[in-house]
Design a protein around this ligand. Structure first.
Ligand SMILES: [Zn+2]
Length: 309
């Protein structure tokens, strides 16, 4: 059992999967013309080694197609800053990891039936500000996206087991947009030069990631997957509607990180997002009643239909 856990941990850390041609066609059909040639990370360029599922992530959230669910509760977040342990450059992103041996940093409520423990958070970002997020809203990319990864310690004994189960994980997604300097994020940004190379780890104790979660309670939720191997369909996604603001220097600090180890030819850590996946037979629920239609951009009808495989 522990061998399986170790293998799963390694798989999560190792880039090795890519996108089928059909998915890539769909992905490009979803993009506005100006974003039709987004860079694709090598992880997603070779033949797909894991069979496509029916609830893969990320997805485009089509605002007007999301369904208000009045039974969705507010999300409750309770993090203990002293559970923060370290920052690890894993060669695809940097992970801020937490002590998850007890229920000290947890979320519950929202769409969740159990309490979930914080395991780690990380970001995805682009080489430019025009893209970088994994999820999109009405086909709009943000320059970066934060993922706070939690696991269901009520039903499963370990994170590695929760990763493999349908209701094992809950990930909060927060979009980053360009604006004012984010003081909470800056503490983290200041530490990044020390994990510039792949496989470097530094201690990073006492950090409360709730400072990175916007105050507006509104969110979308849907059933999806991990966006890195093993791509298991174990994630309840909770995507916050309101983005947080970060400034150009903070995004540039992300882009100074490297995919590569010390001594290798340097490759900047940018464009570490998975391409969009088909919605299939899923509904995105919202915790809020939408007034979006009042000022929505009208999508051409045939374009909207392309979104539905
Ligand atoms: Zn992620």
């Amino acid at each position: 059992c522990s061998e399986v856990s170790t293998v799963v941990s390694q798989i999560i850390a190792l880039p090795c999967v890519a996108l089928s041609i059909q998915l890539e066609v769909l992905y490009h059909a979803l993009m506005p013309d100006s974003l039709n040639h987004l860079p694709v990370h090598p992880l997603w360029q070779s033949p797909l080694t894991i069979p496509g599922g029916t609830r893969q992530s990320p997805i485009n959230i089509q605002w007007r197609d999301s369904v208000y669910d009045p039974f969705l509760k507010p999300l409750k977040i309770s993090y203990d800053p002293t559970t923060c342990l370290h920052i690890w450059n894993n060669g695809y992103s940097f992970l801020v990891e937490f002590d998850d041996s007890t229920d000290r940093s947890i979320i519950d409520g929202g769409p969740l039936e159990n309490q979930y423990r914080l395991k780690q958070f990380h970001f995805h970002w682009g080489a430019m500000n025009d893209w970088g997020s994994e999820h999109t809203v009405d086909c709009k990319f943000y320059p970066a996206e934060l993922h706070l990864v939690h696991w269901n310690a009520v039903l499963y004994p370990t994170f590695e087991e929760a990763v493999m189960e349908g209701n094992g994980l809950a990930v909060i997604g927060v979009f980053l947009k360009l604006g004012a300097c984010h003081e909470g994020l800056q503490t983290l940004v200041d530490a990044l030069p020390a994990v510039k190379h792949k496989d470097t780890v530094i201690e990073f104790d006492v950090f409360d990631p709730s400072c990175l979660i916007p105050s507006c309670p509104d969110y979308w939720t849907y059933a999806g997957s991990l966006t890195t191997p093993p791509l298991t369909e174990s994630v309840t996604w909770i995507i916050k509607k309101q983005p947080i603001e970060v400034d150009e220097n903070q995004l540039e600090a992300f882009r100074m990180l490297l995919f590569t180890s010390d001594g290798e030819e340097e490759k900047r850590m940018v464009d570490n997002f998975r391409p969009l996946q088909p919605l299939m037979n899923r509904t995105v629920r919202s915790s809020f009643q939408s007034r979006h239609l009042l000022n929505a951009e009208v999508q051409p009808k045939d374009h909207a239909e392309q979104m539905r495989p």
